[in-house]
Design a protein around this ligand. Structure first.
Ligand code: S3P
Length: 170
């Protein structure tokens, strides 16, 4: 096992959990969106605006294919687990955790975020539909599902650490 990937819908806590997990496991942490923004020298809304969503999706796949070969934690963008190719790369190169948060928690976190073009352009109903549509792909991508309802970040991190140690011993 090499990398640890966090997948799930926008606002499920992937980046916050990834940062804390990085301390707990003493592994470097990378936020895929931030890495793409750095590589491209453009914000995510700018990439969507200028080149379209499909281009951004290709950048995600390129990132997963080419990112450095080291043990690390990667929080993925909310759409990254939609492509079969991406799911295969993640499952092949690491352990994948799905942070499963209730829609209402997620909506509170993303509704006013100008840096998330999909949240910006969608109504609550549309986001809810997308949330339910995407769940099956997160489940398919993940080795382990983590329920986040009524759990704080520390509890979520402790649970992931427990699972990583358990699987390492296998
Ligand atoms: C997206 C989620 C975002 C970002 C982009 C598209 C999505 O990442 O990759 O705005 O399609 O769900 P977060 O999950 O970190 O918000």
């Amino acid at each position: 096992m090499n990398k640890i990937y966090l997948v799930g819908f926008m606002g499920c806590g992937k980046s916050a959990v990834g940062r804390q997990l990085s301390y707990a496991l003493r592994l470097p942490f990378y936020d895929m969106d931030k890495e793409i923004v750095k590589q491209q020298g453009m914000s995510i809304p700018e990439i969507f605006e200028k080149y379209g969503e499909e281009h951004f999706r290709n950048l995600e796949t390129e990132f997963l294919k080419n990112f450095r070969d080291e043990a690390c934690i990667i929080s993925t963008g909310g759409g990254a687990a939609m492509r079969q190719e991406n799911r295969e790369i993640m499952r092949r190169t690491g352990l994948v955790f799905f942070l499963d948060a209730p829609f209402e928690d997620i909506y509170k976190r993303i509704k006013n975020d100008a840096n998330r073009p999909i949240a910006q352009r969608s109504t609550k109903k549309e986001l809810e539909r997308l949330y339910y549509y995407r769940r099956k792909f997160y489940k398919r991508a993940a080795h382990i599902r983590v329920f986040t309802r009524n759990r704080n970040i520390r509890q979520i991190v402790n649970y992931i650490v427990f699972q990583v140690n358990r699987l390492k011993g296998e």
